[in-house]
Design a protein around this ligand. Structure first.
Ligand SMILES: [Zn+2]
Ligand SMILES: [Zn+2]
Length: 181
């Protein structure tokens, strides 16, 4: 089955020349379905001498092959949206390679607040204490977390415990914080 006009035009749009398309025909790749037989971009590149990036673009169109970053366990890189950091000053989304402590490219201030660690007293940006690894709690609940530490709760359990507490339970804890002052 010969390649349709549309298929030829799509291949050219991907960057193939007329000669490349003609060569595909000579090799027996006569339709979109034949790319499935070729199987993957590496084979297509070997078969036709196309540049690897071009071969990958063609295969992505022809068989829906995912663009896989090599060396990351074989799977595509998934950036979880929960890891997105928003600037506390201007709410701009921080770049994907954002690291705790970086300045916001939009407003130039430190994108995250500096938080104090309820466990060891160190402070820094990010979600976790760089000194002891404890997860930071909101600044407004720091004293509650310190109280829970004195109660003997384990480091990892305190942020979760605070998140799960009702306002009434927190108020009771605040009462104890005030008494201890
Ligand atoms: Zn900002
Ligand atoms: Zn710490």
């Amino acid at each position: 089955m010969p390649m349709t006009e549309l298929e030829r035009n799509i291949l050219k749009a991907k960057g193939l020349t007329d000669a490349d398309v003609a060569r595909l025909g000579e090799l027996g790749v006569g339709s979109k379905a034949d790319f499935a037989t070729v199987g993957d971009a590496a084979t297509l590149a070997q078969l036709t001498g196309l540049a690897p990036a071009l071969a990958q673009a063609v295969m992505a169109w022809a068989v829906g092959a995912p663009v896989v970053q090599p060396g990351v366990g074989g799977g595509p890189v998934v950036v979880e949206s929960s890891d997105l950091v928003l600037c506390v000053h201007c709410a701009a989304k921080q770049p994907k390679d954002y690291q705790a402590g970086d300045l916001c490219p939009s407003c130039g201030k430190q994108a995250e607040p500096i938080l104090a660690c309820f466990w060891c007293g160190h402070s820094g940006p990010g979600k976790f204490c760089r000194s002891c690894g404890a997860q930071f709690v909101p600044t407004g609940e720091l004293e509650l977390a310190v109280l829970l530490r004195r109660d003997g709760l384990p480091k990892d359990a305190i942020p979760e415990k605070l998140k799960g507490m009702s306002q009434a339970e927190k108020d009771t804890l605040w009462g104890r914080v005030r008494k201890a002052r």
